[in-house]
Design a protein around this ligand. Structure first.
Ligand code: DGL
Length: 249
């Protein structure tokens, strides 16, 4: 049985957790929501690196064999630092799914929704650079999306008006594919799909990240599949937001 540590600024990483348990159903999961410091989106890279180090120490203290940075913003700001400072620990990061979007678009325009931190990160800019000669890539910060999810507002008029404000510019630019570049956003997927309409495809990278976790565990020779399954939830702030989203996954 592997112990899989997962962290995010809040409940968003549960969108990755729910894909992990599909492919690794018999492991021990330890999830850390850093909701006392959420959102990460507008914080400095140094701040996020400090948080990522502190949380890594906690997860390793709980016996994590692998750490899934289930947060695009923390991946952009801190995963390189974590890999340097903890060379023996396997880290899995998030990446906006620009490649499948670029390969699948028919209109030639893809839209990326992510936090400001992710969109200005060198990892994203590099990926973007690989595809921007072939397709038009338009971006928008999902303004207020993280707050909606942490507040448990996943549908209804308020969720729709907040989502519309950031989604509409991408649709207006002709995007037929929307990349969810923040792990909180999949919890708003029904609203995004409703507003975007049936002609628009929405891509969540979490299933690919879960498959990558399986590959890395195998490469490292970390035994899986023995059970028993368990999951423990930890948080640095209040417990309700995480409990609410956990009940949905
Ligand atoms: N869930 C996050 C991400 O994937 C962080 C959002 C935030 O805290 O701003 O980027």
């Amino acid at each position: 049985m592997a112990t899989i540590g997962i962290f995010d600024s809040g409940s968003g990483g549960l969108s990755v957790y729910r894909e992990l348990v599909k492919v690794l159903p018999k492991e021990r999961y330890v999830y850390f929501s850093d909701n006392a410091h959420c959102p990460y989106g507008e914080k400095t890279a140094e701040y996020i690196q400090d948080r990522a180090r502190a949380i890594t120490d906690i997860l390793l203290g709980m016996g994590a064999d692998i750490i899934v940075v289930a947060c695009n913003t923390a991946t952009a700001a801190a995963i390189a630092t974590l890999r340097t400072e903890y060379p023996e620990v396997p880290f899995i990061g998030m990446e906006p799914a620009v490649k499948p979007a670029a390969l699948g678009t028919k209109s030639g325009v893809i839209g990326v929704l992510a936090t400001a931190g992710t969109l200005k990160g060198s990892k994203y800019l590099k990926t973007r650079g690989l595809y921007e000669d072939d397709v038009k890539i338009v971006e928008h910060v999902g303004q207020g999306f993280v707050e909606l999810v942490e507040g448990g507002i996943l549908d209804g008029p308020k969720a729709e008006s907040v989502v519309r404000a950031s989604l509409q510019p991408l649709l207006d630019a002709g995007a037929d594919t929307i990349v969810l570049g923040c792990t909180h956003y999949p919890f708003l997927r029904p609203v995004i799909e409703k507003l975007a309409g049936p002609g628009v495809k929405v891509i969540d990278p979490a299933p690919a990240v879960a498959r990558q976790t399986v590959r890395v565990l195998q490469e490292r020779g970390i035994e899986t599949g023995q059970g028993p399954f368990s999951v423990d939830l930890y948080f640095s702030g209040e417990p309700e937001s995480l409990r609410r989203i956990f009940a949905l996954v």
